[in-house]
Design a binder for this molecule. Structure first.
Ligand code: FE
Length: 333
């Protein structure tokens, strides 16, 4: 064999081998819990032959880690909850834009980054919940209405430190502006039955126990508790029908700036928005699929339909700091 020919053979062999390596393994950093991602990844591995190695941790810690690792990070994909966290990752320069007509077509525009650095993969509503014996749902209307004097000493909330509440207040800020939002949130604080709780499940349990009459939680926490106790005396209410819609948020993902396998990571992201993956991804956590062509599981569908706030979720990130400061100013801790 002439040396030039053998050189070309070696070079082309090298590129085909690296193409195989490109497609064989992916590394994911996930703030979404292991039991919610492992069944999906196992399914994908079986289907595609791609092995997925993952690390799960709190969102903030994963962002710190990605930042510290810089271009040496082994992570291809970051998965996390709340648009505020996804926005933050993009803002820190940890994610890269992904050009994918499939993702653009399957994910509604308001549930993904306008610059294509993160994409919502499942949808949750942060909505009002009430005790079915103690509250007439006709007396409910909106998030702003929870500031009304009639709810004095009857409201339970989760702490303002949680990004879910910061995103909710950020979206209210966008909708109503600073003075009115400040009025609303200070009304909530006045109406609290007890100090804010550290999680949504505690809010639901306090309502069920009669410690308070209503609150605001993410829908899947309600679904989980209802599964444990079908007699739970708590129901969901869809607010803001004529005021811009129910506040929704996402869990989602983005390809890291340092990804060693960006094409394989994009293929996984695209698969996650397919019908078979969406059913599993949303269903495992009693969430709504982001892909509007995929129906939620029966348990979730039973809660009825609602109109979601169509504002792009990047606003939740942009106004997050302002929202946190506002909450602090009115004594919501
Ligand atoms: Fe959660």
């Amino acid at each position: 064999m002439r040396p030039v020919v053998s050189f070309f053979i070696i070079v082309s062999l090298f590129f085909s081998l690296s193409a195989v390596a490109e497609n064989r393994e992916l590394i994911v950093y996930s703030a979404r819990k292991e039991h919610l991602i492992k069944p999906l990844f196992d399914f994908y591995t079986q289907k595609s032959g791609v092995t997925i190695r993952y690390t799960t941790d709190k969102a903030g810690l994963l962002l710190t880690r990605l930042k510290a690792e810089g271009s040496k990070s082994p992570a291809d994909l970051l998965m996390t909850v709340d648009a505020g966290n996804l926005w933050h990752a993009a803002h820190l320069g940890l994610l890269q834009p992904v050009a994918s007509p499939i993702l653009q077509q399957r994910i509604p525009e308001h549930l993904r980054d306008p610059d294509n650095r993160w994409f919502g993969l499942s949808l949750r509503a942060r909505t009002i919940v009430y005790h079915t014996d103690r509250v007439d749902p006709h007396s409910l209307s909106s998030y702003a209405g929870l500031a009304d004097d009639k709810w004095r000493g009857r409201l339970c909330l989760r702490t303002a430190k949680k990004v879910y509440n910061q995103s909710l207040v950020a979206m209210l800020l966008h909708r109503w502006g600073q003075p009115k939002t400040e009025q609303i949130v200070s009304g909530w604080v006045k109406n609290l039955a007890t100090a804010p709780f550290s999680d949504d499940t505690a809010v639901l349990k306090a309502i069920a126990a009669g410690q308070c009459d209503l609150g605001v939680v993410n829908t899947y926490y309600y679904g989980r508790l209802l599964r444990e106790n079908p007699q739970l005396p708590v129901a969901l209410f869809w607010p803001d029908k004529s005021e811009g819609g129910v506040h929704v948020n996402v869990s989602g993902a983005g390809i890291t700036r340092s990804a060693k396998h960006p094409d394989a990571a994009r293929a996984l992201l695209e698969w996650l928005t397919s019908e078979e993956a969406q059913k599993l991804y949303a269903g495992l956590n009693l969430e709504y699929p982001v892909n509007p062509d995929v129906a939620p599981v029966a348990e979730v569908a039973a809660w009825g339909t609602f109109s979601a706030d169509p504002t792009n979720l990047s606003i939740a990130g942009e106004l997050q700091k302002q929202a946190a400061m506002l909450m602090d100013r009115v004594g919501y801790r």
